[in-house]
Design a binder for this molecule. Sequence first.
Ligand SMILES: Cc1cc2nc3c(=O)[nH]c(=O)nc-3n(C[C@H](O)[C@H](O)[C@H](O)COP(=O)(O)OP(=O)(O)OC[C@H]3O[C@@H](n4cnc5c(N)ncnc54)[C@H](O)[C@@H]3O)c2cc1C
Length: 571
Amino acid sequence: MTPHPASNNGSTLLPCETDVLIVGAGITGIYQLYRALEAGFSAQLVEAGEGVGGTWYWNRYPGARFDSESYTYAYLFSKELFEDWEWKEHFAEQPEIERYLNHVVDRFDLRRYLRLGARVTSAVYNDPDRSWTVTAGDGTVVQTQFLIASTGVLSVPHFPDVSGRENFRGEQYHTGLWPATPVDFAGKRVAVIGTGSSGVQLIPAIAGQVASLTVYQRTANWCTPLNNGPITSDQQARLRADFETLRHTLSTSSHGFLHRPHDRATFDDPVEQRRAFYQEMWSSPGFSKLTSNYTDLLFDEAANTEWCDFIADKVRSIVKDPDTAERLIPKDHHFGEHRPPFVTGYYEVYNQPNVSLVDLKQTPIERMTETAVETTEGRRDFDIVVWATGFDFGTGALMRMGIRGRAGLALDQYWAEGPRTFLGLQTAGFPNLFFPGGPHAAAGNNPRYNSDQVDFIMETLRYVRDHGYQAIEVDPAAEERWTNMVDRGATRAPSFGESSYYFGTNIPGKPRKYLLNSGGRPKLFKEIGRVVENDYKAFRLSRSGPSAALRPSRPASTENRRLQAAGGAAQ
Ligand SMILES: Cc1cc2nc3c(=O)[nH]c(=O)nc-3n(C[C@H](O)[C@H](O)[C@H](O)COP(=O)(O)OP(=O)(O)OC[C@H]3O[C@@H](n4cnc5c(N)ncnc54)[C@H](O)[C@@H]3O)c2cc1C
């Protein structure tokens, strides 16, 4: 074992050995650390960034904010914490979220267990003593029994392969790698490339400051209003008073929001009633357009199309130039097929004389030069180019961590054709490795199902400890069952036709596999219940002696072959 460097941003010297090593100080990793310490395990956390917050540390671009209601996204494990943090807005902005996560770290005295500025580059399983040796770029080497990678699904920013990008002499930023010092947009000629959830938050936030703003859009998205606002003192009081009900609802609902599901299908209502309901949805907060909409929205193409037509008419009524409005209306996918972005004043900016829209499907980017972006339409000169081009979703961070399991099995090899998991938190051949908040977790309000996974991991680690085991590894059959469930579910609606980053198709060469859990949170709950009921039969537990020989990467099952032949998780 290599001794640790003696300093870590002023915190205490970390011991060399630990029961639990957590990677990633986002909302999942911080909770995991709290839970591990609470359960009496020794624990440490390493994080690549120089601060805590994960998503909310890296994505500090103007306009970055929650699309989940602040109090539904925040931690629920402590009533006192819930009461002593008053969110200012229903959908808080990035600085407030980052402050909150720092507050949690300090309030629960977690900072002394953190090593910041340490990107893990290698994690190797040692079969004889059933431990992991984890190495980070800053020289940190830690030997741990359990390795918990809470490395996030949206933590590896993606830059498209544009020739000459490195030659551009102006300023370049990625929304997911935003600098700590504010960027000065005043009077600048700015390009924003990408109109996903981040791009459409950023664009209205800077459109009033810049000399000119050119938006390069590859895929138009179904953007609907966030409908944000301050939380009044009456609402604050009600949130406090309702804490237990709120916690119960958020801990049990299928999507992890407070939104009430609707009880009617689209064509149960006559057309005038449907129009009135769509208007109600348009004025409702955030994700409720998905979670409180007609029950068949994601299962009936005609129903979905009618809601899309309503949004399209809204866009036409806001954007004055008909040609621009048409280019902003998606033609290639339905609502909910991509992650729906939520906006404040987004469509309105296209009425400003200094804002223009370039459709990259009609006129693709050919190259960047020292001063310009060149498309097949021509060149435009810029002072600043912002890449709002998303992330290597789901598997990106795990595949880059140099993870090697039993007998040197490399995770990036084992998952070469897509992730294989059980409950979205373990994979066969990698004992004592867990990855809450990774691929195949669930879908919905992210911290809610990530904390379900953390709670289950803690229950599992206690089980291992209390029964005197040293290692736990998912049974390949359980992994196959879960992975097939995810793949099969992804062949059903709402995948009416197009693709999205949910399938990894934004990354060239990435296998087209569904990266969320198509069974959602209910399936996660059900399977966790079954594991506990069946006394962890879905896992292999071992005490000592030589562990099972390396199981070679299995050929695809019949079911997987069928899916692959049909084009992966075919739509
Ligand atoms: C702009 C934006 C807005 C979002 N808004 C919402 C929302 O409103 N609601 C919602 O539910 N979800 C939202 N999400 C999804 C969001 O990612 C999750 O809500 C949540 O932040 C995930 O937390 P996490 O701790 O699992 O991962 P992250 O917050 O991504 O944290 C992972 C951490 O792991 C670190 N890490 C990764 N690899 C390594 C390594 N090799 N070594 C060391 N450290 C490493 C990263 O630096 C990062 O800090 C949003 C995402 C983005 C990008």
